[in-house]
Ligand binder design. Structure first.
Ligand SMILES: Cc1ncc(COP(=O)(O)O)c(C=O)c1O
Length: 485
């Protein structure tokens, strides 16, 4: 049991869900299903009672009952006790047959872009950490800045990359998302503008909104030889709109996989300093450099840059280890905010992380080789099975950003589970419903699973192509747009 969702919280997530294009119960079920699939409604959560939700949404109880029944039939809601079913993901009892391929047992997850642990290396680091633990047991165990060995190991990595850094400039956090929340709460006020790339990382957009700040999206140029960042547009936005902060992912940007050139970094750092905008760079994917591209860390262009890092993509998200690098005076302010949220991270994880950061490259050769293989497989599969999708080749990171022939990202996401796949709709990566014509596809699964997944996407796309009415009824982007609004 992980909790329940009250009618007000669900109504907020639903946004303006009711377009009138379909019966209300169908639209309601579709949007809830989408929210469950892309993780905005967690699993094993009890939905509001039919009566309470009907009252809050101003609907008849019959409509909510019919929506819940649809979700139950589709396997997204347990039977539950009374009317309070709990969210779940369907286990496929009658797999879609795909000639020549084993059908997946459960849903293939293309919504998360994450890898399993670099198992042996992580396990060994924990075993070693346990041998160090007794020396720390006499202490209280509270450490709001992070254990010294880990802070030093992270600082040493920056120094080795050409950005001299002391341990006092590092704050250890429970992952990059935690780090961003601390930074937002400390350095941006409510209603402040936060410049973001458009598209951007969905959970960062959510964090920016949840802090009461307003995302200021600056479009990234369309894919092509010169694709990268529109620095002119970013500089203009900083000069004209004076955002308090810019949140950027210059190192293997999520979702496009692009890397920013040193020239662009220098221009951006200078413009941010002149406009009084705090430049916050998320380096979570920096280690996943598939093409061996060289780019200096953003912090080497300005001492005021705030850098966020994480072991989630290089080693394992289950570690929940991230960090912030900033000037020491800024770190002191961030620590004050952090202690309003939690009083420090778990010690054993940090001891293990210190070893992992100290020998950072140990699992990386194998990990990068595997990812290169997956990326090639996915690019070939997309070219073969979905030639009408325009696919941008990522230089690193974990995902391919695809332009669809028509605005059908939400429709595909809603239909995909019928074909054994879970997706995150394009509008999750944008502000105000943008990117209905885009889909992010991770290459975190092995080639055999990617083949099943891409064939499933082909089948879902065919179903949409064969029924313009289906696309119209599902296409408008309302469900995803609603939830990001
Ligand atoms: C750009 C970016 N930032 C942050 C995160 C979340 O990182 P963490 O697991 O360290 O919170 C992710 C995960 O996908 C990401 O892609």
């Amino acid at each position: 049991m992980t909790g329940s969702l009250n009618p007000t919280a669900l109504t907020r997530l639903l946004g303006s869900w009711n377009s009138g294009a379909l019966p209300a119960y169908r639209e309601l079920a579709d949007v809830v299903r989408l929210l469950v699939m892309d993780g905005r409604i967690p699993l094993d959560v009890a939905l509001p009672s039919e009566r309470a939700l009907a009252q809050t949404l101003g609907l008849s109880r019959t409509t909510v009952t019919a929506a819940y029944s649809t979700l139950r039939e589709q396997g997204f809601l347990t039977a539950g006790q009374g009317s309070r079913g709990r969210t779940c993901i369907p286990h496929r009892s009658s797999p879609v047959t795909m000639p020549g391929l084993a059908a997946p047992e459960g849903l293939l997850d293309l919504a998360y872009a994450s890898l399993p642990a670099a198992g042996e290396v992580v396990h060994r680091a924990f075993a070693d950490a346990l041998t160090e633990l007794p020396a720390l047991l006499p202490g209280f165990g509270y450490d709001a800045v992070g254990v010294p060995a880990l802070r030093q190991a992270i600082a040493d990595r920056y120094t080795a990359e050409g950005v001299p850094t002391t341990a006092q400039q590092i704050l250890v956090t429970s992952g990059a998302q935690h780090a961003l929340n601390i930074v937002l709460k400390t350095l941006a006020g409510k209603q402040d503008k936060v410049l973001v790339e458009h598209p951007s990382y969905p959970n960062a957009l959510d964090a920016i909104r949840a802090t009461g700040c307003r995302p200021l999206p600056v479009a990234m140029p369309a894919a092509g030889a010169a694709a990268g960042w529109d620095i002119d547009a970013m500089v203009a936005a900083m000069n004209q709109q004076r955002p308090a902060m810019a949140y950027l992912v210059p190192d293997f940007h999520n979702p496009t996989g692009r890397i920013m050139s040193d020239l662009q970094r220098r221009r951006l750092a200078r413009a941010a300093a002149l406009a009084g905008t705090v430049l916050v760079v998320d380096e979570t994917l920096r280690g996943l450099n598939l093409d061996g591209v060289s780019a200096a860390p953003m912090a080497s262009f300005s001492s005021t840059v705030v850098s966020i890092g994480s072991l989630s993509k290089s080693h394992w998200a289950g570690l929940r280890i991230g960090w912030i690098r900033a000037e020491q005076s800024v770190i002191n302010r961030l620590v004050t905010t952090r202690t309003t949220m939690d009083l420090g991270g778990p010690i054993v994880e940090q001891l293990a992380a210190a070893r992992l950061v100290g020998a950072y490259s140990e699992p990386m050769d194998a990990r990068l080789a595997e990812l290169r293989q997956n990326r090639s497989a996915l690019m070939e599969l997309l070219a073969e099975h979905l030639p009408e999708w325009e696919v941008e080749r990522p230089r690193g990171g974990l995902t391919v950003w695809c332009r669809l022939p028509n605005p059908s990202s939400t429709a595909l996401t809603v239909l995909a589970p019928d074909f054994g796949v879970r997706l995150a709709a394009g509008p999750r990566f944008g502000v105000g419903g943008a990117f209905e014509q885009y889909m992010r596809v991770p290459y975190t699964l092995p080639p055999a699973s990617l083949e099943v997944a891409v064939r499933a996407l082909r089948a879902a796309q065919d179903k949409i192509d064969a029924s313009p009415q289906l696309r119209r009824s599902l296409k408008s982007g309302r469900p995803a747009a609603a939830a990001v609004a």
